[in-house]
Ligand binder design. Sequence first.
Ligand code: LHQ
Length: 259
Amino acid sequence: HLLLRQEEGVVVITMNRPEVLNAFNDAMLQELTEAVEEAAKSDDVRCLVLTGAGRAFGSGQDLSAFASAQHNAEAQPVSEHLKKYHRLLSLIREMPKPVIAAIRGVAAGISCNVALSCDLRIAADNARFIEAFARIGLVPDGGGGYFLPRLIGLGKALEMAMLTDEVSGPEAERIGLVNKCVPLAEFETETMALAKRLAQGPTRTYGLIKQLMYQSLDCDLPSALELEGRLQDAAKATADHREGVNAFLQKRRPHYSGK
Ligand code: LHQ
């Protein structure tokens, strides 16, 4: 249920169930988790792009698969089912390399929140972000309650979660839900340009930047400053730091190895 391709240090993972707008069933979720885990481990991968096949990014949990599973007398609690998504979210946040969500068309429910777990988001101008959960009487899961207020502030987060109105690509850019919104015709080119630019960057430093930003959100200033010191010691020890300084002094472009 996935398409995978790799070029110039970028791995593109495409969720591929276009007939249901790439709704998650168990198989696709498991394959995606494995593909992300593989990309996290591989030294050849220096940037990961997550996107959807066809006209959508994703429509959330596959509701027909989920409804039939719930009719089973031994159906497990939703919280157990969610643990599989939580593993994916943690992998994305903790992998020491940049992850981009590239959103074309609809991103609803847990698919929207998987996109929010990524480090950067690029949207096509036909993107539609929908925190659809309350439409079916559910709370935002897949980290929605955590990611949304941190990205767009509490007021907008509550608005998206309670009213469940669609947020367009341009509006998503305006409120900081995505980093960039581009015309649909330029979406693939722009996505690959951004991904390749990151894949040529100081990968280990990007991993440290993720740690710095994500951990700083949840700690006090003294702890954040202590963390900054530790991470800067680690960044200072990278070959890419030495290369960056040398390139500056020699007035040339740096060639980062990602080490
Ligand atoms: C779908 C789906 C879908 C199956 C479109 N499933 N077929 C919940 C429970 C438990 C644990 C984990 O977490 C969750 C979290 C969640 O993600 S809850 C939220 C689940 N998602 C939704 O509630 C969204 C449901 N879909 C929609 O509201 C619409 O399809 C949207 C607004 C996404 C797109 O609308 P349209 O562009 O008008 O497309 P469409 O509705 O015509 O959909 C195309 C096809 O895809 C259609 O099938 P058909 O056979 O009629 O062509 C849909 O039934 C199917 N599809 N989403 N989640």
